[in-house]
Design a protein around this ligand. Sequence first.
Ligand code: GAP
Length: 531
Amino acid sequence: MAREQSNERMEKLVSLCKRRGFIYQSSEIYGGINGFWDYGPLGAELKRNVKDLWWRHIVHQRDDVVGLDATIIMAPRVWEASGHVDTFSDPMIDCKTCKGRFRADQIHEIPCPQKPSKMVSECHGEKTEPRAFNLMFTTHVGPVQDDSSLAYLRPETAQAIFVQFKNVLETSRQKVPFGIAQIGKAFRNEVTPRNFTFRSREFEQMELEFFIKPDEVIEAIHGRVAVPEGKGHPGEPQPDWGWQMWHQYWVEERIRFYESIGLPRASLEEYWQTPEELAHYARATVDILYQFPFGTQELEGIAARSDFDLSQHERYSGKPMKVFDDQLRAAWKELPEEKRQALWQRYYEARLGYLTRSGVDASEAGEMARADADALAKGQYIPHVIEPSAGVDRLVLALLANAYSEVTETDDKGRTETRVILRFHPRVAPIKVGVLPLLRNKPDLVRKAREVRDLLRPHLTVFYDDSGSIGRRYARQDEAGTPYCVTIDFETLGEKDPALKDTVTVRDRDTAEQVRVKIDELPAWLLERVR
Ligand code: GAP
């Protein structure tokens, strides 16, 4: 029953998305293409708001994060260094009876070919053994199509950040700890795209790589490494924070962000990956899950990735990724010999662990790790990284699911009608305000309404609507998730009560309450409520 209800809810959401122009199937007139989705007029605004808010929160409102906008196609060696060429694969199996192709770990549920939002069980035909299927889309660069021109569409935006780390460091006047943020398209040839836009083959990511000092460096400089003392937000960043503090900080920052755009804390869950689930280089990963109608699933992952990524690019490109830290060099000189040796040893072992796990042979790894630990004593190290990585499309879907509500109303003739209200947080709402002249055939009302529209337009997304009854127009805006509607009526013209001249009615989507606001105070009144 619960499954049926959630399927029904998803079906309603998918159909609303199409009907109101949030999300359409890509290439629909040609029968569509599985795993690809287009955003219509309202969806494009919603998505843009999500990305703008993330950027504002992560980049503009901080001193220690800068942005990057890199290409989708990069040198193929990037993906060898990152491990994607060798290991970015899902286990795939084929069904010998129905000829379907599935992810081995999702065989019990697949999206219905007719209704992708609905899950159906697969046939019981004999299956092939699972085999690794690399998820990267390939292409060729230039006119010759052979192995030498092979390239990949990026499966994540993160790698460009690592590859450009040194350039950004040298040109942005940032010092570790600092972050580089990027929003952009990513492509994965998912074996079974599913749950509407949740698992797509083309999607957008919002990723932050926040570079921090290794704990050995913190200890050398500050004599101690601050670690979390409990749950919750650890407060303003401090110079003695180790990786665990930074990790907890970013988990809490990201949850606060979700709350600030309308996802209640109760709809989110933190999932700490178990040691068996963690990637070999990761020290901890927390997935932030959202209670989607089809189940509680990942919205974002926040990983403490050690110095793996920059180390890989250092080895594969031959270009140094170390930073020089004069505070470390000065502090190291002052350390007692015993402490120096202990920190040297710990750093050496960490580097050796990375190198041997990455396949470097034992004697070479030992030499390289020794050189790295010697460099530490001279003030040089490869930064570690905390990576909050979120999907734009998943967040848009979560916001739609969270906003979806139905109300059933009975009119004065006893007819009942169920209609949809999208209760978006005003910050993400695609349209912030509807401007509605009470009647379209009264030139004075229309003129005034257009004046109000033009007054608001420089500040907010406005939708001007003069067709149909005022009730219908309110309902249309409710369905689009518009938090406020402004109606220009005869009182605005001062025809009934001169005291009300140049005031308008503002209706609240969620309470349906109406208040009168002076036109010249309207921009500030609305901005205060939608930002
Ligand atoms: N750089 C780390 C990384 O890419 P990930 O967990 O594979 O980590 C991060 O992806 C986020 O990207 C996910 O939490 C999800 O929101 C989004 N994402 C991943 N695959 C996706 C897909 N096929 N469709 C839509 N969003 C996806």
